[in-house]
Design a protein around this ligand. Structure first.
Ligand code: NAD
Length: 487
């Protein structure tokens, strides 16, 4: 299987190669095959991408939001028309099953272009402020050249979630995908160009953690939006802060999902499984600490085990497959090390924990894993594992579970399953997280702000709120009479 793009980078409306950059392989995680060979950006490529973005941005910002929106909506249509091809590429890039990518990846990217393309005409207006004769008005202006840096779990979605609000606001974007999943963003750039986006406004360059700082520190970059780990977030936000650049940080989590004993059990188990096993557990907002009230613990665990053991693991290109491999060998090893820690620290391994039968030896597969009897102090309950490992913890009452759920440095998401409506609202009010769900988990439609609090980051993606993070306000005071000066 090959997925070799014409060149490593997409700059100024065309594919660009520079073989002086370090070569790296793109690997299909299901088989270990090398599907493409690319080169990381050299400083010359970074400069070229940023210079092209800077050149293009002024004219783009001068266009009406409606005209900009028309191009984004056209890109959404192209993405939908090519959904199968883009989904297959996403599966090759990440190893996620086609059953998922066909409904969740290019489609959610297209949603972002459609949403921001559609709201632009109304959402970028300023205010008129009457001052009794004099008045003031505000203008929402773009920031300039914005940098997007992506993680490897949702490469196409991240490229679009950052690109759409940046572009509609009149900015240019230079996007660097994760070195593990370099392919999808190049296609997004191609499609935007095909939809009529002027060259230079969405450039993609490749590279790893040594390339990122070249972008973040570049003097012509006004803003950085990162999706990544907390550790990377600290470095990127620190570097950006030292130059007073705008940032959006979408970072990691260790989110609580609370199941009260009056919950619809099958629905709660379904939510917990989706919130731990979808995308082979590589989802930042996953509810990896599943707190189950003691009265339903045994029933919950036995149905969870039964349903988990029926998950179809295998070739991600086969429509029936429900769980694919992990993105890389390094990530797989990390997850296995956490499983060993869980066992060593005394958690009960309910199911999984090993390599599934009948999968290619070179594939990075792992069984969906559930630990029961997990306590708050265990490493697997405190650290983000970023794999299909669910920790089930028991609790007695509401106050106790809220205190324990909040006892983490993270604050990305949280969920509650209960049939008591007032309790549901009471609990979400007290949970410290940016994105919360009642009686469901992990749904993130483009209309709703998405993002974290505490160490999980700041800023919001999606919804009108994202526009605040890609624009700034200009206030203009207009005098209607001569200046009254005491001098
Ligand atoms: P990572 O932090 O290792 O890398 C993220 C990106 O940052 C990559 O493109 C990487 O090359 C780049 N990078 C690394 N060091 C850098 C530096 N010093 N300067 C600039 N760029 C740098 O994360 P990952 O392993 O790719 O992704 C997994 C992490 O992402 C998890 O912690 C997960 O929770 C988080 N994540 C968060 C969200 C969200 O929306 N909150 C979504 C997906 C993933």
């Amino acid at each position: 299987m090959k997925a070799q793009p014409p060149a490593s980078h997409f700059i100024d409306g065309e594919y660009v190669e520079d073989i002086n950059g370090a070569a790296f392989d793109s690997i299909y995680p299901a088989t270990g095959e090398v599907i493409a060979r690319l080169h990381a950006a050299t400083p010359a490529i970074v400069d070229k991408a940023i210079a092209s973005a800077k050149r293009a941005q002024g004219e783009w910002a001068a266009m009406s939001p409606t005209a900009r929106g028309r191009i984004l909506k056209r890109a959404a249509d192209i993405m939908r028309a090519r959904n199968r091809e883009l989904s297959e590429l996403e599966t090759l890039d990440t190893g996620k099953p086609i059953q998922e990518t066909i409904v969740a990846d290019p489609t959610s990217g297209a949603d972002a272009f459609e949403f921001f393309g559609g709201v632009a005409a109304a959402a970028l207006n300023g205010d008129y402020i009457p001052l009794g004769g004099d008045f003031a008005f505000t203008k929402r202006v773009p920031l300039g050249v914005c940098v997007g840096i992506g993680a490897w779990n949702y490469p196409q979605q991240i490229a679009c979630w950052k690109g759409a609000p940046a572009l509609i606001s009149g900015n240019a974007m230079v996007f660097k995908p994760s070195e593990n999943t370099p392919l999808g963003a190049l296609k997004i750039a191609e499609i935007l160009f095909e939809a009529g986006l002027p060259k230079g406004l969405y450039n993609v360059i490749q590279g790893d953690r040594s390339t990122g700082p070249l972008l973040v520190n570049h003097k012509d970059v006004a803003k950085v939006s990162l999706t990544g780990s907390v550790e990377t977030g600290r470095k990127v936000a620190g570097a950006a802060a030292s130059q007073l650049k705008h940032v959006t940080m979408e970072l990691g989590g260790k989110s609580p999902l609370i199941v009260f004993d009056d919950a619809d059990l099958e629905s709660a188990i379904g939510g917990a499984m989706l919130g731990n096993f979808y995308s082979t557990g590589q989802v930042c907002s996953n509810g990896t600490r599943v707190f189950v009230q003691k009265g339903i613990k045994q029933k919950f665990l036995s149905r969870l085990k039964e349903r988990t053991e029926k998950i179809i693991i295998g070739d991600p290109m086969v429509e029936e497959t429900q769980l694919g491999p992990m993105v890389s060998r390094a990530q797989l090893d990390k997850v296995f090390a956490y499983i060993e820690k869980g066992k060593a620290e005394g958690a009960t391994l309910l199911t999984g924990g090993g390599i599934p039968n009948d999968v290619p030896a070179e594939g990075t597969y792992i069984q969906p894993t559930v630990f029961a009897d997990v306590t708050d102090a265990m490493t697997i309950a405190r650290e983000e594992i970023f794999g299909p490992v669910m920790c089930v913890l028991d609790f007695d009452n509401e106050d106790e579970v809220i205190a324990r759920a909040n006892g983490t440095e993270f604050g990305l998401s949280a969920g509650v399953f209960t049939s008591d409506l007032t309790r549901a609202h009471r609990v979400v009010d007290r949970l410290e997280a940016g994105t919360l769900w009642i009686n469901t988990y992990n749904l993130a439609p483009v209309e709703v702000p998405f993002g974290g609090s505490k160490q999980s980051g700041f800023g919001r993606e999606n919804s009108l709120a994202a526009l605040n993070h890609y624009t700034e306000l200009k206030s203009v005071y207009v005098a209607m009479s001569p200046v009254q000066s005491p001098y």
